[in-house]
Design a protein around this ligand. Structure first.
Ligand code: ADP
Ligand code: MG
Length: 337
């Protein structure tokens, strides 16, 4: 759907995207995560042709963005909806008008005078189609009853729903989300993420989700790219990046007990391992028992995954390491225990 090869972009002499290569598959929810200033928004703007790039390639649905002419670029942007942190809505217009806006722009026929359009009946047909489409979209995002409300009177979550409805108006193939939940409280964030997941599943819409919030990528992204100062640090399946030895989860601040003796071992539970009763089985097989000193379970897309930290006495370490290797489990010893 999107193919990025050796992408390099500068602002003046400052490199902001450094040799990025990755691809986004059709129907995927792909995350781009990184701190503020990492280059996430710039990358999105390369996808829809709002930013030029100095070298490398960005192909969206098989076409090199930098080579598109005005008309083709317009079509590309129609196929890519976008939502933003600050919503970018017309605040003094009502919900209906905001969602209708892209339809009116796209369906208007500026070459024909209004009088002629009315004579040909173009205006009326387009209006009826617009009305039907807007109502369909408002039903989808759960705002049909707010259609005459001014946007400025809505809550943040409702505004983002309007943003989503507007972004979907022209039936895009790809939805670009730039910090779409960063201005929302945690509960509303979950509602919006659920809506995005539903839209992805229902329409097989490809989503690119840009965010600095790790909780967001864990919740909905199938795969992700970690950006750091414009460079791609990691690329892979979300749970693999977080739930691997030395993975991204390693740096999350976490609490666990430091016992006076023994070594703390983190056992990671990605999808493939989460359903096995690993600790109970190990205790039984080895005839040992282990105190649990820490752990964290979180929602990863549609599952609850995470890690547990157990404390293993020094004298049993070799046995336990041997067992963990033999069973092909994912683990790491925490040397600061
Ligand atoms: N129009 C611009 N001109 C010059 N520098 C810019 C411009 N836009 C962004 N930058 C710089 O590029 C870097 C990446 O910005 P941005 O893509 O907005 O990061 P992010 O979205 O990850 O916070 C930052 O250092 C930012 O200051
Ligand atoms: Mg940004």
């Amino acid at each position: 759907m999107i193919e990025v090869r050796n992408l390099v972009k500068f602002y003046q002499s400052e490199p902001v995207l450094r040799d990025l290569s990755f691809s986004v598959a059709p129907g995927e929810i792909f995350g781009v995560v990184g701190q503020s200033g990492a280059g996430k928004s710039t990358l999105l703007r390369c996808f829809n042709g709002l930013e030029p790039y100095q070298s490398g390639s960005v192909q969206v649905m098989g076409r090199e963005v930098a080579r598109l002419r005005d008309k083709e670029l317009k079509e590309l942007r129609r196929d890519m909806g976008m939502i933003f942190q600050n919503f970018c809505l017309m605040n003094r217009k009502n919900v209906f008008e905001n969602v209708a806006f892209p339809l009116r722009v796209w369906e208007s026929h500026p070459a024909l005078p209004k009088r002629v359009r009315r004579f040909l009946g173009i205006g009326e047909t387009a209006d009826a189609r617009t009305r039907a489409r807007v109502m369909e979209l408002l039903e989808l995002v759960g705002l049909a009853d707010k259609r005459f409300e001014r946007v400025q009177n809505l809550s943040g979550g409702q505004k983002q729903r309007v943003g989503i409805a507007r972004a979907l108006a022209l039936n895009p193939k790809i939805l670009l989300c730039d910090e779409a939940t960063s201005a929302l409280d945690p509960g509303t964030t979950l509602d919006i993420l659920q809506l995005l997941q539903d839209i992805n599943a229902h329409f097989r819409l490809t989503l690119v989700v840009v965010t600095h919030q790790m909780e967001v990528v864990k919740r909905i992204c199938h795969r992700l790219l970690l950006l750091d100062k414009g460079a791609g640090l990691r690329l892979g399946r979300t749970e693999d990046l977080f739930l691997s030895p030395g993975g991204m989860g390693r740096f999350a601040d976490e609490e666990y007990a430091r016992l006076p003796s023994g070594v703390n071992i983190r056992l990671l539970f990605p999808r493939e391992i989460a359903r096995q009763a690993v600790i109970a089985a190990m205790a039984r097989d080895l005839g040992l028992s282990f105190p649990i000193v820490g752990g964290k379970l979180e929602h990863y897309i549609d599952d609850v995954l995470g890690f547990l930290i157990i404390n293993v006495p020094e004298e049993n370490l070799d046995t336990v390491y041997g067992y963990l290797r033999e069973k092909n489990l994912r683990w790491e010893a925490l040397d600061d225990a």
